[in-house]
Design a protein around this ligand. Structure first.
Ligand code: C2G
Length: 448
């Protein structure tokens, strides 16, 4: 008898799950399905689960494909199960390609093609539904977005759009997803929400069209180059009753929220200064290292620095000054943005092709907060005082390498109306950033 095993959360049970179980069963005579516990999902960093384990087990059972259902509750259990049950084939969907190759020493490992565009037939239409996401642009970041979505229950990337044929083909070859070349409207019809990660100068148009088609939008920063455009897009989103979110990843990390609440609790007294640095030496020739018109240090990384400043001091500053070191063609390799508030100062430093310590320091009248580099992937921070022997240390775990999944999870909970207010990054903060972006663009224009 040939035994097959597969695992999953099987939350919001849908067609993709059904087809996977069906094909897994067909690979042998006896199928064992491991359903994850809430605790295990939390441990492996899977976010947004809705159904309790009993419901998820019942849904798997109802397919009739599973001969036996077990519970997966700890790391390393897959190896134990394979040996315990005498498994011949381990099966998982193609979103996990390569991740379980290490099991090949115990049994055959098969990755089955994921069901690319899950239809609504099996999707619950009541409380929550699966949000079908389309990706606009197919650059490097979108591969990470795609794989991190596997860790967010209730979200599925179903297709992509990119007019550049080569990049589109590569994305299709690597993910199996349908990629639209021309028909943006047709692409929009297939999805509930879009993630816009196209070149900066195209964000506004893509976002606007998506909002007009009543699609929820998560857009990479900077969303627009002008204050008026940002206002217009947020107004449009409101009118169309859809979510619009700017993708400044650091804003959505659990550690960032914790740091903000410690800073605002009065522990360090009154805040007098915020200094945030984000620098990167990227690959020469890439857009973020060479596009003098729509990229550079400020446009790529400036929003990160403005984030803690606006969160901690608000955006009613008295004055802002932007100072850049420009190359001959106008590309800013290093930019400092200085804000003056009635009782505080703040500086955001951004570098593209310049490297500095990527830390965040919040200075107060009783002490200071130090977030070590890279502060935008916040894993820990210290509260320090005049007495240098006193240090309060905070550790905050994040799932995945950069915490992309928290941003996606926030997007999904907002769409489902479970995310509460948009306090993590408000429309007001995002619009205020656009105002600074506009000032930067205006000043740089003078260079030409
Ligand atoms: N799946 C699919 N098509 C989809 C969505 C999911 O084929 N459109 C597959 C997944 O690849 C996985 C199974 O359905 O093999 C269950 O998916 P999830 O419930 O999302 O579980 P997952 O997080 O993939 O669990 O130990 C747990 C496993 O490692 C993976």
């Amino acid at each position: 008898m040939k035994k097959v095993i597969t695992y999953g959360s099987f939350d919001l049970f849908h067609e993709g799950h059904y087809k996977l179980l069906q094909r897994a069963k067909a690979l042998g005579d006896y199928l064992i399905v491991g359903v994850t516990t809430e605790h295990f999902d939390e441990m492996r960093g899977k976010l947004n689960l809705v159904d309790p384990i009993m419901t998820r087990i019942q849904n798997v059972r109802a397919t009739g494909f599973a001969d036996e259902i077990i519970v997966e509750d700890h790391e390393g259990q897959k190896i134990e199960d394979i040996q315990k049950y005498g498994i011949d084939t381990f099966v998982l969907g193609s979103d996990w390609v390569g991740k379980f190759d290490y099991l090949e020493q115990y049994c055959k490992v098969v990755y089955l093609e994921r069901t690319p565009n899950i239809s609504s037939s099996l999707i619950r239409k009541d409380r929550f539904r699966i949000i079908r996401i389309g990706i606009v642009g197919t650059g490097r970041i979108t591969y990470r977005f795609f794989s991190e979505t596997s860790y967010v229950s209730g979200a599925e990337v179903v297709c992509a759009y990119n007019p550049e044929r080569e990049s589109a083909k590569e994305f299709h070859d690597r993910t199996g997803l349908k990629v639209y070349n021309k028909d943006y409207e047709g692409f929009l019809q297939e999805v509930d929400a879009v993630y816009v990660a196209s070149p900066n100068e195209t964000h506004y148009e893509y976002v606007k069209k998506a909002l007009e088609a009543k699609k929820h939008v998560l857009c990479e920063k900077p969303m627009t180059f002008t204050h008026a455009e940002a206002l217009e897009l947020y107004d449009l989103a409101k009118e169309q009753e859809v979510c619009l979110m700017e993708g400044i990843r650091a804003a959505y990390l659990p550690g960032f929220s914790q740091m903000l609440s410690v800073a605002k609790s009065g522990r360090i007294g009154e805040i007098r200064d915020v200094e945030a640095t984000f620098t990167r030496i990227g690959v020469p020739g890439t857009r973020e290292m060479s596009d003098a018109k729509y990229s550079g240090a400020f446009l790529e990384y400036g929003s990160y620095g403005m984030l803690p400043i606006f969160k901690l001091l608000g955006y009613e500053y008295e004055d802002v000054e932007i100072d850049s070191i420009l190359k001959d063609d106008g590309f800013d390799t290093y930019t400092k943005i200085r804000f003056r508030y009635p009782n505080a100062m703040a500086t955001a430093k951004a570098g593209a092709g310049v490297k500095s310590e990527g830390e965040l320091v919040v200075a107060g009248t009783n002490g200071y907060i130090l977030v070590p580099s890279p502060w935008w992937i916040m894993r820990s921070f210290d509260v320090r005082y005049e007495d240098s022997s006193r240090v309060d240390h905070y550790d905050t775990a994040i799932g995945g390498t950069e915490g992309f999944r928290y941003e996606i999870s926030e997007f999904i909970s907002k769409i489902n109306g479970t995310g509460g207010n948009d306090y993590k990054l408000t429309a007001g903060e995002s619009i205020a950033m656009a105002k600074v972006v506009e000032k930067f663009m205006e000043e740089r224009k003078k260079h030409w």
